[in-house]
Design a protein around this ligand. Structure first.
Ligand SMILES: NC(=O)c1ccc[n+]([C@@H]2O[C@H](COP(=O)([O-])OP(=O)(O)OC[C@H]3O[C@@H](n4cnc5c(N)ncnc54)[C@H](OP(=O)(O)O)[C@@H]3O)[C@@H](O)[C@H]2O)c1
Length: 395
C-alpha cells in the first residue's frame, strides 16, 4: 500500500521528514480491525513526530522501523481479527485514537487513559491513517456520522474528543460558567468554543487575527481577544526581575480585558499553549477555578507565581485525549449536528507533508483533512445534514 512514512534518520521539518513509500498492508490481530482509509485528519502530534521532539516516536514503538502517523480517520472496515463481533467488513466508521491493552485492570474500572499500555494510535504507534489501510483496536471504532462527507468525518476526532474530556468530564462544564480559551480558532479551540455554547457557558477566545476572532464568534464565543495586543504578557523564560514585572503588568491588563468581555473572571481556563501563557492562565482563573491543560505548544517547562494558585485555591487539571465512552458520547453530538466539524482545507493524499508544515508554521485555522481512498470532496454522505463549517478566512 502507499503510506506516508517518517523514519528515524530523517526526523526534522515536516516537509523533509514525511516521504511516500510502499509498505505491506497490515493484518489484524485478535480484537483488531484493518480499515480502508477514505480520509485522514491532520493533527499537531505528527508535527512532533516529524521533528522527533520532545522525544522520538521510535522510543514509543521500537519494534517498528517506520512510523505511519495519522490519528484521525474515516473509512470502511476491510478485515476483522479474531474475537471482533461488533464490526464487519463494509461498515462505515470513524476512528478514535486511544489504545490500551484489555488485560490492564485500569481499563476495566478506572480509565483506559490510566493503563500502563495506553498509547495514542498514529503517534505513539505506527499503522496510522496516512496510508491506504490502517490497523486499529476494535474498541476504537465509532459509527461514521451519515450526513458527513469522508473528509469532514475524518477531521474532528482527536481534537474534539480531547476538548470534550477537558471541559465536560475533567472540569464539569455547566451553564453559566465563564471560560477563557487559548488558541480558540485552532484544532482544539473550535470545539471548546462550540461545547461552551452548547452547554450554555460563556467563552472568550484568544486568537491572533480579526478573521479568527470572527470565526469563533460565529461558533458561539461571546467575544475574542487578539493576543497581538498583549504580546508583552507572554512568558519567554529567563526574564529578569524588571522584565517579569513588566510582563506581569501586561498579564493583568489582559485579565481585565477578559473580565470585561465575560462579566467576571473565568471559572475555567482552557490551556494547551504552555510556557508562554501558563502564568497568565493561573492569574486569570477565578478563585477555586480550574486551569485545564492538555499540551504545551510553546514549551513544556512551565513556571508561574504559585502564590496565585494556593492563596486563591485554584486547581491545575491535566487531561489527555479521551476514552471510548467519552468519544462515543461526543460523537453522538456530531451525529445530531449539535457540534459541527470546522474544516479549513482539504488536500489530496500528496499533501500530507505540506499540511503538517502549515501546522508547524501556524499558517492554518480549524482543521485540515486529507483525501486518501475517496477521490473528491463531498463523497460519502448518506443522509441529509448541515455538514462541516467551512473556515474560509485566511490564516
Ligand atoms: N493531550 C492531548 O490529548 C492533546 C490533544 C490535542 C492537542 N494536543 C496539543 O495541544 C496543542 C494544540 O493543539 P491544536 O490541535 O489545537 O493545535 P493548533 O490547531 O495549532 O491550534 C493551537 C492554537 O494555539 C495558538 N498558539 C500557538 N502558539 C501560541 C503561542 N505561543 N501563544 C499563544 N497562542 C498560541 C494558535 O492560535 P492563534 O495564533 O490564533 O492564537 C493556534 O491556532 C498542541 O501542542 C497539541 O499537540 C494535545
Amino acid at each position: 500500500m502507499a503510506a506516508w512514512v517518517i523514519r528515524k534518520e530523517r526526523q526534522g521539518e515536516p516537509v523533509d521528514a514525511f516521504r511516500l513509500e510502499e509498505i505491506e498492508v497490515p493484518q489484524p490481530g485478535a480484537f483488531e480491525v484493518v480499515v480502508r482509509v477514505m480520509a485522514a485528519g491532520v493533527n499537531f502530534n505528527n508535527v512532533w513526530a516529524a521533528l522527533g521532539e520532545p522525544v522520538s516516536v521510535f522510543r514509543y514503538h521500537p519494534d517498528e522501523d517506520h512510523h505511519i502517523g495519522g490519528s484521525d480517520a474515516s473509512g470502511i472496515v476491510w478485515k476483522v481479527g479474531e474475537g471482533v463481533t461488533r464490526w464487519k467488513p463494509g461498515d462505515e466508521v470513524v476512528v478514535h485514537c486511544n489504545q490500551a491493552s484489555y488485560e490492564d485492570p485500569e481499563v476495566h474500572g478506572l480509565d483506559p487513559l490510566a493503563a500502563p499500555s495506553q498509547r495514542i494510535w498514529g503517534y505513539e504507534t505506527s499503522w496510522g491513517s496516512f496510508a491506504q489501510f490502517c490497523k486499529v483496536q476494535a474498541q476504537q471504532l465509532l459509527p461514521k456520522p451519515r450526513h458527513l462527507a469522508w473528509e469532514e468525518a475524518a477531521s474532528y476526532g482527536l481534537t474534539y474528543f480531547t476538548a470534550y474530556r477537558m471541559l465536560i468530564d475533567r472540569c464539569g462544564l455547566q451553564a453559566g460558567h465563564r471560560v477563557l480559551i487559548w488558541g480558540a480558532a485552532g484544532g482544539l479551540g473550535v470545539f471548546a468554543t462550540q461545547l461552551c455554547a452548547l452547554t450554555g457557558a460563556d467563552s472568550v477566545g484568544v486568537v491572533s487575527s480579526a478573521e479568527k476572532g470572527e470565526l469563533i464568534e460565529k461558533l458561539g464565543a461571546v467575544g475574542h481577544v487578539n493576543r497581538g495586543d498583549f504580546d508583552g504578557m507572554m512568558r519567554r523564560g529567563g526574564e529578569g526581575p524588571d522584565e517579569e514585572k513588566a510582563r506581569f503588568k501586561e498579564s493583568r491588563r489582559f485579565c481585565q480585558a477578559v473580565e470585561e468581555i465575560l462579566g467576571g473572571a473565568p471559572d475555567i481556563v482552557f490551556e494547551h499553549v504552555g510556557r508562554a501563557t501558563f502564568p497568565t492562565s493561573v492569574l486569570a482563573v477565578k478563585p477555586f477555578g480550574k486551569v485545564v491543560i492538555c499540551g504545551a505548544t510553546s514549551g513544556y517547562q512551565l513556571d508561574f507565581d504559585v502564590r496565585y494558585l494556593w492563596m486563591r485555591q485554584k486547581e491545575i487539571v491535566g487531561s489527555h485525549f479521551a476514552n471510548a465512552w467519552e468519544a462515543t458520547r461526543a460523537n453522538e453530538l456530531i451525529e445530531q449536528s449539535k457540534i459541527r466539524p470546522v474544516l479549513w482545507r482539504t488536500m489530496g493524499f500528496e499533501g500530507v507533508a505540506e499540511a503538517h508544515q502549515l501546522l508547524r508554521d501556524n499558517r492554518h485555522l480549524g482543521k485540515i483533512a486529507i483525501l486518501v481512498g475517496t477521490t473528491a470532496e463531498g463523497q460519502g454522505r448518506t443522509a441529509e445534514g448541515p455538514g462541516a463549517i467551512r473556515a474560509e478566512v485566511g490564516a
